[in-house]
Write a new protein. Structure first.
Length: 307
């Protein structure tokens, strides 16, 4: 069963930076992942794993979801990481970078099980979809093993994988825009490089009952861009978004919390449908619009997000 704790803000922390790891444990992020991969130089890989293990055994993480991002499937570090992490009761999940093939995911799941066969709750797997092949295979990956609990979109590596001419993580290239005709004066409209991969990952996650987590906004000092990027993910239906700096936590939380007006409208929808049911109807008009049971499901999700 997929963990139902909120994961609106997923803070990434370089695992070899022990002071940053300790700070992350007390910050307001719903979830934290200690990174052994891209944020750690090769010379610090062993130290990063040691800090991660020690921190998971000694720090109070409260109710946070806590994950560790492994190194690449073909790296020389991953076997030791699985053996060391699989036995830790406070670790909720491991994040598999550049997930591409079913066999790799089932292999990691089996190794985690072998590392701690008596673990009370199976270790969850969260898959980073960050290559063209990973996106092509996302449905297979989502259903590859019962321990798969979440799909993340890795925006930086995905842009590199498809050859996008972008220099900023999570942002569309400046040149990616639609230009109008000469008759209309050549107006141009910016396009969103990530609209398709975001929807593709989201649909696969929903089809298999998994969490969906969007990738980070690289402009971590820009609160306006951070919140705008999070608002897009929240509006689409993502459960949360990665952040790479503590300053992004509050604007991202704000984006994923429904507004008072959204919550009030959701409650009115539910009340109106309850009144319709009482007189034997399955649909009713509210504010000049027809609502039915699909609206109820959407309204309940909004209320759950606000709780």
């Amino acid at each position: 069963m997929v963990d139902q704790r909120p994961a609106r803000v997923y803070l990434a922390v370089p695992a070899h930076r022990s002071e940053m790891v300790a700070k992350a444990a007390v910050l307001a992020a719903d979830a934290v992942f200690l990174d052994l991969e891209d944020a750690v130089p090769p010379s610090e890989k062993s130290a990063a794993l040691d800090v991660a293990v020690r921190s998971l055994c000694s720090l109070d993480w409260g109710k946070k979801l806590v994950a560790v991002r492994l190194n690449a499937i073909d790296s020389p570090f991953i076997e030791r990481e699985i053996r060391a992490l699989g036995v830790l009761p406070r670790l909720d999940s491991v994040i598999v970078p550049k997930a591409e093939r079913e066999s790799d995911i089932t292999g990691i799941a089996d190794q985690l099980q072998d590392a701690a066969p008596d673990r009370a709750r199976p270790m969850e797997l969260e898959l980073l979809i960050e290559t063209a092949l990973g996106l092509v295979n996302v449905d297979l990956l989502a259903g590859s093993h019962k321990s798969v609990a979440a799909l993340h979109l890795g925006v930086g590596d995905f842009a590199a994988s498809i050859g996008a001419r972008s220099s900023e993580i999570g942002a569309s290239p400046e040149g990616y825009r639609q230009m109008g005709s000469a008759q209309s004066g050549y107006p141009s409209v910016p396009l969103d490089l990530f609209a398709y991969p975001m929807m593709r990952v989201l649909v696969a996650a929903r089809a298999f009952g998994l969490r969906a987590v969007d990738g980070p906004c690289g402009a971590f000092r820009d609160t306006r861009l951070t919140e705008s990027s999070a608002l897009k993910a929240a509006a689409m239906g993502f459960d949360g978004k990665q952040v790479i700096h503590p300053g992004q936590i509050e604007p991202t939380l704000r984006a994923f919390r429904p507004s008072d007006s959204e919550l009030a409208h959701a409650r009115r929808v539910i009340a109106a449908m309850e009144e319709a049911e009482a007189i034997g109807r399955g649909a009713v008009t509210l504010d000049g619009k027809m609502i039915d049971y699909a609206n109820i499901r959407m309204a309940r999700r909004i209320i759950n997000l606000g709780s």
